[in-house]
Design a protein around this ligand. Structure first.
Ligand code: HEC
Length: 149
């Protein structure tokens, strides 16, 4: 009887382990589409932030800044070696040739959104600060790491 319970327990553990492994492994398609979706979401939120800040709705803009920052952090894991091509990716090979630089830009972009949320209340020129801490990071990265279109 005890033997049987042990076997069932072992089978259960093996089953749940293999299930969680397969649940974690994303396909190339899921990864490329996933990162495109996060960049698009960031773009939508960046535009919303600009509109909100124009009418001084700072408190409503802050959670969107946090959301963009979080997406950038997640994006660090969305460029594994096997996702260089396919599924209409615009990612350039230079990403994998300069992975440290690419990751550093992603981390800077993430940190700058937190900074933006912190300083936005006290700055005089809201547009200039948005440019410096939000939009300039898009261009800095795209000019080297995303295909022109
Ligand atoms: C550290 C690098 C980096 C930063 C910072 C960055 N991007 Fe990108 N972005 C990329 C790369 C690489 C791609 C191409 C992804 C792909 O096609 O696989 C991309 C793709 C996109 C896309 C296209 C998504 C799609 O559906 O194909 C949009 C829109 C975009 N970025 C907007 C932005 C905006 C707006 C910002 C700034 C607020 C920004 N990105 C910041 C690297 C970056």
């Amino acid at each position: 009887m005890i033997q049987k319970i042990k076997i069932i327990k072992t089978l259960f553990i093996i089953f749940s382990l293999s299930f969680s492994f397969s649940a974690n492994a994303q396909t190339v398609e899921e990864i490329i589409k996933g990162r495109k979706a996060m960049f698009s979401e960031n773009y939508q939120n960046a535009k919303k932030i600009s509109i909100l800040l124009k009418s001084k709705r700072i408190e409503e803009a802050k959670p969107l800044m946090k959301k963009i920052s979080d997406n950038y952090k997640k994006l660090l894991d969305y460029f594994p070696e096997n996702t260089k091509e396919g599924f209409k990716t615009e990612a350039l090979p230079s990403i994998w040739e300069n992975k440290d630089e690419f990751n550093a830009l992603m981390q800077k972009a993430s940190g700058d959104m937190i900074k933006l949320a912190k300083v936005i209340e006290t700055v005089e020129d809201i547009r200039a600060v948005q440019k410096e801490l939000m939009w300039s990071n898009c261009t800095a990265c795209h000019s080297k790491f995303r295909a022109p279109h």
